[in-house]
Every structure is written in structure tokens, then in C-alpha cells.
Design a protein around this ligand. Structure first.
Ligand code: HEM
Ligand SMILES: *[C@@H]1O[C@H](CO)[C@@H](O)[C@H](O)[C@H]1NC(C)=O
Ligand SMILES: *[C@@H]1O[C@H](CO)[C@@H](O)[C@H](O)[C@H]1NC(C)=O
Ligand SMILES: *[C@@H]1O[C@H](CO)[C@@H](O)[C@H](O)[C@H]1NC(C)=O
Ligand SMILES: *[C@@H]1O[C@H](CO)[C@@H](O)[C@H](O)[C@H]1NC(C)=O
Length: 318
């Protein structure tokens, strides 16, 4: 009798714990083909346009930094609702909403009402990194989708490229992420593109930029605000469709595209200089730390159990 009670109580605690936590096997019986379906769709989106892999990684980041990884960024504005899509860091900048829609439709056809939009975004980010040659990790699953979104938190929580190292550290620690996570996660800028408006001040006004590099960028990014704002440049000048450690090697020669990138390395004993140096000389350390940091970011304020919902359409609440 005592042993039965003990056992029952142990199970009870286990059940209580699993409803509040993510698990890598969350869909193994409820939707066994969910992960392979997401992976194929991500691969075909990347085959169509390599940059989409970068865009999907960033989508997860911008979702997680606003009330946690809850799919809030995916909600469309309408006459009675304003979400996060027009926040300054997202407007005319975040891409990949249509890829998530395509995946969601395929997954809904297989297992209606089971796989959340927030989980699809987390898995698509991992699959993108792998498809572009980066590390793999086991994505924790069971996130549920938010019923709300926050334009004001999207504007205040997502770090701007104008931030200095101390404000970048604060922005990440406000989310519960370490300085080590900041430096590792910034390595996502080894893939993808930025608009002139995001790096104009850095290439014209800063003195911590390689002058040859600055001059080469100025041709396609005029100094006057409003002129060529959307013109693109690769975040990693050497290999913007390959997930490698070149982002960090670029920082050593003052060739970070964004002001915030170069803030991670000043060559003068800066707080994060040694971590940048280490990643630039050893991509396996970068890959391990990046994977761990993505797991940390993917756990931020997740909704689990019966909180939130599993959206049918990622663009609107049920
Ligand atoms: C550390 C603070 C960060 C700042 C200030 C920052 C800022 C930016 C900016 C300004 C852009 C260009 C946007 C545009 O011009 O349209 C960008 C692009 C990008 N960011 Fe970040 N970012 C940060 C961290 C991260 C993190 C943590 C990730 C993911 C783990 C990430 C992934 C990306 C990717 C992949 C792109 C390229 C997207 C594309 O080509 O569509 N960034 N970021
Ligand atoms: C978002 O971008 C659109 C299209 O460029 C623009 O018309 C709109 O004013 C922008 N919204 C905000 C809030 O900046
Ligand atoms: C970083 O930027 C903030 C806000 O612009 C400023 O108050 C602070 O003094 C700066 N810190 C350093 C170390 O430059
Ligand atoms: C500027 O970039 C070039 C090309 O990578 C590099 O050879 C040079 O050493 C850099 N200059 C400085 C001061 O880092
Ligand atoms: C507007 O969007 C919100 C959030 O997705 C949703 O709850 C609401 O039903 C939408 N309203 C209309 C008229 O579609």
C-alpha cells in the first residue's frame, strides 16, 4: 500500500512536471511525421532561396524576445488587433511568414490541431542552420501559441544595431540570457543580409570599422537617410549562405557589418574579445555554444500544458 502510494505520487509529480516543461518527444505519438515534414519544407524553401534559412533563424529570435517563444510574431494585424509585424525591428525586415504558413498547412493536413506555430518556428530555425552547414541540436517541443502579441515589447525588447556592448549585454540578460549566449547567438550573423538603413551609421560615422570595408559598402548604401535604405549587404562578407565561423574572423579585421556586431570585439581587451577570438579559431566550440544558446533562447517564457492554444492558422488566434 505504502509502495503503491509512493509510486502514484512519483508519477503524479512526473506528470505535473511534464506539463510545465518541453520535451524532445512531444509529437512522437501525436504527430510522428511532424519533424520530417518541417525539415523537407525548410529544405525546399532554402533550395529556392538560400537566404530564407537566415530569415527563418531570425524569425525564431524575434518571436522569443517578445513574451517568449509563443508564435506571437506570426499574428497579422487587423482592424481590431495590432500585433508585432510593424514594430521597427520587424517591419519590411522579417521574412518567412509564408514558409511557416506552408508548413502549417501540411502539418494540419496530417495532424489537425496538434503542432503549434511556435514549435514549427523553433524547428524551422534548427533545420535552417543544419541546411546551411551549421550544427544540429535536439529541439525541445510542446510550446503553445499565444493569444496576444505586443507591439511595444517588440519595439523595446528586440535589440537595435545601434546598441553598444553594455546595452547588448543588458538586452540579453533582461531575457535571462548570458553574455556568452549573446556572443554565440550573434554568430547567426554568419548568414543572411541587412538593409542599408541598418548599417549606414556604422559605415559612415564609426571609427571601429575597417576603412577598405566601409568604402566598399558605401557604393551601394548612400549616406543620406531615405536613399537606398533597402539596399542589401551580406552580414558575413565571406560566406553569407554558409553557417560557419567567418562572422568572428571578420570581427578581428573590423569587418563586422553592424555597429552591434563590431561591439563584440574591439581588439583592446573588451569583455567579449576573448570569446570572439576563440570562436574565430575554433568553429567546433562555436557550434557547441551556439547549439546550447539556441536551446536556452528556445526555452524563454514558453507556454505549456493548457495555457495558450494550438493555432489552426498561424496568422490569427482560433
Ligand atoms: C545581438 C543583437 C542583435 C542585433 C542588434 C541584431 C540586428 C540585426 C539587424 C539590424 C539585422 C538586419 C535587418 C535588416 O536590415 O532588415 C539582422 C539580421 C539578421 N539577424 Fe540579427 N541581431 C541580433 C541578434 C541576432 C540573433 C540572436 C539571431 C539569431 C539567433 C540573429 C539572426 C539574424 C539573421 C539570421 C539575420 C539575417 C536575416 C535575413 O537575411 O533575412 N540576430 N539582425
Ligand atoms: C511599415 O512599412 C510600411 C511599408 O513600407 C509603411 O508604409 C509603414 O509606415 C511602416 N509602419 C511603421 C509602423 O513603421
Ligand atoms: C552605451 O549606450 C548607452 C545608451 O546610449 C550609454 O548611456 C552608455 O554610456 C554607453 N556605454 C558605453 C560603455 O559606451
Ligand atoms: C582591413 O581588411 C583587410 C581585408 O580583410 C585586412 O587585410 C586588413 O588587415 C584590415 N585592416 C585592419 C586594420 O584590420
Ligand atoms: C484580428 O486578429 C485577432 C488576433 O489574431 C483575432 O483574435 C481576431 O479574431 C481578428 N479579427 C478579425 C476581424 O479577423
Amino acid at each position: 500500500m505504502t509502495s503503491f502510494k509512493l509510486q502514484w505520487c512519483f508519477l503524479c509529480v512526473l506528470i505535473g512536471a511534464t506539463s510545465a516543461q518541453l520535451s524532445s518527444t512531444f509529437y512522437s505519438s501525436s504527430c510522428p511525421n511532424a519533424l520530417s515534414t518541417i525539415q523537407s519544407a525548410v529544405q525546399s524553401a532554402i533550395n529556392n532561396e538560400a537566404r530564407m534559412g537566415a530569415s527563418l533563424v531570425r524569425l525564431h529570435f524575434h518571436d522569443c524576445f517578445v513574451n517568449g517563444c509563443d508564435g506571437s510574431i506570426l499574428l497579422d494585424d487587423n482592424s481590431t488587433f495590432t500585433g508585432e509585424k510593424t514594430a521597427t525591428p520587424n517591419n519590411n525586415s522579417i521574412r518567412g511568414y509564408d514558409v511557416i504558413d506552408t508548413i502549417k498547412t501540411q502539418v494540419e493536413n496530417m495532424c489537425p490541431g496538434i503542432v503549434s506555430c511556435a514549435d514549427i518556428v523553433a524547428v524551422a530555425a534548427r533545420d535552417s542552420v543544419v541546411a546551411l552547414g551549421g550544427p544540429s541540436w535536439t529541439v525541445q517541443l510542446g510550446r503553445r501559441d499565444a493569444l496576444t502579441a505586443s507591439l511595444s515589447l517588440a519595439n523595446s525588447n528586440i535589440p537595435r544595431p545601434s546598441l553598444n556592448i553594455s546595452d547588448l549585454i543588458t538586452s540579453f540578460s533582461d531575457q535571462g540570457l548570458s553574455t556568452k549566449d549573446l556572443v554565440a547567438l550573434s554568430g547567426a550573423h554568419t548568414i543572411g543580409q541587412a538593409r542599408c538603413t541598418s548599417f549606414r551609421a556604422h559605415i559612415y560615422n564609426d571609427n571601429d570599422i575597417n576603412s577598405t570595408f566601409a568604402t566598399s559598402l558605401q557604393g551601394n548604401c548612400p549616406s543620406s537617410v531615405g536613399s537606398g535604405d533597402d539596399n542589401l549587404a551580406p552580414l558575413d562578407k565571406t560566406s553569407s549562405t554558409t553557417f560557419d565561423n567567418a562572422y568572428y574572423t571578420n570581427l578581428l579585421t573590423s569587418e563586422g557589418l553592424l555597429h552591434s556586431d563590431q561591439q563584440l570585439f574591439n581588439g583592446n581587451g573588451g569583455t567579449t574579445d576573448s570569446q570572439v577570438q576563440s570562436y574565430s579559431s575554433d568553429s567546433s566550440t562555436f557550434f557547441t555554444d551556439f547549439s546550447n544558446a539556441m536551446l536556452n533562447m528556445g526555452n524563454l517564457n514558453v507556454l505549456t500544458g493548457t495555457t495558450g492554444e494550438v493555432r489552426i492558422n498561424c496568422r490569427k488566434t482560433n
